[in-house]
Design a protein around this ligand. Structure first.
Ligand code: 5AD
Length: 354
């Protein structure tokens, strides 16, 4: 088994994909053997260094709105959570965040929000166009959920470069257990294909340790990501939120998240791979451990301080210290101590090497 998994690792490096069975063997072995997990990590880190050196790309995350028409059972801002107070930033507030962010050295802004009808195509495209005009040296990433193909086309034409939309899981049963009936896996996957076809750098991803998720499910997600070849992948541990049906579920594992970051780096050598807020929330060393596992992106929070405690996807979500834009120095320092360097750059995907 151990030998076989090692062979699969070589195959992964050479082919950039594996079968579901091969993934499952690797995952089982990596979880059982610290030596194998370390082999995966060091292989991933060598690839990280080849493509990105010791650099870290930062993204200024602006959480536009916590209104959401969806009802994902795991998520704290889902529509039927009556316990949270809802907010929506004005375009002026959003542009203020961009100004501050640009001064701080951010050259990517991520506009993220619940699926809030206020941000219709006209408003969102106008906002994107304004940011594009004011900050021509800056990449614009949107993370605003499922929209029509025409909508994505309009946002791309307005100047957006990247789009994050986690697929959550490609297993239809698991998807159905985590979402209400109106939310369809097929729609999610169509959106991702549309984004990629339009020319967005598209990002997919999933929660590690989502309720009901097994290693076999994760193996399916890895097969999907190997086929889809996203420019970005967002993964982080599931963290229970007290006002959801999953309040009592255990959180996802940090060590499995790190193993998956490494495997993703090996499979998609030039992928833009963040050490996510959820990872930072679960482990104070999350960012550095993420970088050591092969991640190369951190996304500090640029939202106005008074709304940060409202964008609560899960309990105890970090939005201060090294997770906050004004804590950039803390982050810079802790990454520097580990040998990594934050750069002022858009941080696009480098081309694949042979
Ligand atoms: N724990 C961790 N991640 C979560 N997300 C939503 N709820 C949680 C949670 N409880 C993630 C989902 C979603 C992204 C916006 O945040 O994967 O796509």
């Amino acid at each position: 088994m151990a030998l076989m998994s090692s062979t699969y690792l070589d195959e992964l490096r050479a082919q950039g994909r594996l079968s579901r069975q091969q993934w499952l063997s690797i995952l089982v072995e990596a979880q059982n053997s610290p030596a194998f997990a370390e082999k995966i990590r060091s292989c991933a880190h060598a690839i990280r260094e080849r493509y990105f050196g010791r650099t870290v790309f930062i993204r200024g995350l602006i959480e536009l709105s916590n209104y959401c028409r969806n009802d994902c059972y795991y998520c704290g801002i889902r529509k039927s959570n009556g316990e949270i107070s809802r907010y929506r930033l004005t375009p002026e507030q959003i542009l203020d965040c961009c100004r501050l962010g640009h001064e701080l050295g951010f050259r990517t802004f991520v506009l993220q929000g619940g699926e809030d009808a206020w941000f219709n195509d006209g408003r969102l495209a106008a906002l994107v166009a304004t940011i594009r005009e004011r900050y021509p040296d800056t990449a614009i990433t949107l993370s605003m959920g499922e929209r029509s193909r025409a909508s994505y086309e309009r946002l791309f034409a307005a100047g957006a470069d990247r789009y994050l939309l986690r697929h959550e899981t490609v297993n239809p049963q698991l998807y159905a257990s985590l979402h209400p009936e109106q939310q369809r896996l097929a729609t999610r996957l169509d959106c991702l294909r549309n984004l990629q076809a339009i020319g967005f750098q598209a990002g997919a991803g999933f929660m590690v340790g989502a309720p009901g998720q097994t290693l076999a499910h994760i193996a399916e997600d890895l097969v999907f990501l190997g086929d889809f070849r996203p420019a970005m992948v967002g993964i982080g541990p599931f963290i229970p939120q007290h006002a959801t049906r999953y309040a009592q579920e255990p959180a996802g594992s940090v060590s499995l998240t790190l193993i998956l970051l490494s495997l993703l780096r090996i499979m998609l050598p030039n992928v833009l791979l963040p050490a996510t807020t959820a990872l930072g929330t679960m482990d104070p060393q999350g960012h550095v451990k993420g970088m050591r596992a092969g991640a190369n992106v951190v996304m500090p929070n640029l939202s106005p301080a008074d709304v940060r405690d409202k964008y609560l996807l899960y309990d105890n979500k970090l939005a201060s210290g090294s997770e906050a834009a004004e804590g950039l120095e803390i982050l810079r320092q802790s990454l520097a101590e580990a040998g990594y360097e934050i750069v002022v750059a858009r941080g696009d995907q480098p081309p694949m090497q042979n």
